[in-house]
Design a protein around this ligand. Structure first.
Ligand code: ADE
Length: 265
């Protein structure tokens, strides 16, 4: 039996399935970079919330608004206080996702952002992927069972109707804290059978799973990891155009979600 004040597994399951049967009302969008976030903020006329409910002094930024029947919160981990660059990577993504769920209790999380794509798996610059599952490629712990913990494989919430209607590409997403790819990372990415590679997805999935909030992953390809061009150059070159494509994809996803229950996605 669950201790007082905690929900039993059965009660929690009943709440989840109850939530699946009523229209989604609150969506949390988690985005790592300002350049990726602002087109979405502008599209939905979201406004920055000065009193975000986050701990005092953190750089995390929350934008809020209503669109059709949905309440939308978009969170961005902000800029590193001393270096002034976006707080990309898994630690800030986990923290901001955790705090946002605690404060906002969303029905659904959308982790949107850019990613590197593998042309050997069919990815092209500008493609939008819906991740089927997410895992880490930089947590190698070669001890039985810890190895699986390190990989941290988690399924995205399944959205077959969304995927079909929007004709999104589907692929596995692999996450690590580096933009480049070491030979060890490459071997793990191949083992993960990934088509796209990012720096936050598996961390968002971990927290969403921990707190039992369904999460989907919308990733726009800025660079081809197994191509000829240096990653940094290709990423910087395509960032603005691809974030415009990302905004359009997120808008279509939001439009599709509006008025639907989780189980209809
Ligand atoms: N985001 C965009 N391109 C990426 C790459 N090649 N690796 C990790 N994250 C990315």
């Amino acid at each position: 039996m669950a201790p007082h004040g905690e929900k039993s597994d059965a009660a929690e399951d009943a709440m989840v399935s109850g939530a699946e049967k009523r229209p989604v009302s609150s969506v949390l969008i988690v985005i790592a970079m300002q350049t990726e976030a602002l087109p979405v903020v502008n599209k939905f006329n979201l406004t920055e919330v000065p009193d975000s409910g986050f701990p005092k002094g953190v750089p995390w930024v929350r934008y809020h608004g209503f669109y059709k029947d949905l309440e939308i919160n978009l969170v961005w981990p902000g800029k590193d206080e001393s270096l002034g660059v976006d707080c990309v990577g898994t630690a800030p993504a986990s923290l901001v996702t955790y705090a946002s769920i605690q404060v906002l209790q969303p029905d659904l999380i959308i982790n949107a952002g850019t990613a590197g794509g593998f042309k050997g798996k069919g990815a092209c610059v500008g493609d939008i992927y819906l991740a089927s599952d997410v895992a880490y490629h930089d947590r190698r712990i070669p001890i039985p069972v810890f190895d699986l913990y390190g990989v941290g494989l988690r399924l995205a919430y399944t959205t077959p109707s969304l995927q079909k209607e929007l004709e999104l590409k589907v692929g596995k997403l692999s996450t690590g804290n580096s933009l480049d790819m070491s030979p060890q990372d490459e071997a793990s990415i191949v083992a993960n059978d990934a088509t796209v590679k990012d720096m936050e997805g598996a961390a968002v999935a971990y927290v969403a799973d921990l707190l039992k909030v369904p999460a989907i992953f919308v990733k726009a390809v800025t660079d081809i990891v197994d191509g000829e061009k240096p990653t940094t150059e290709e990423f910087m070159q395509n960032l603005v155009a691809v974030t415009a494509a990302l905004e359009q994809a997120v808008t279509k996803v939001i439009d599709f979600i509006n008025g639907k229950c989780l189980s209809e996605l």
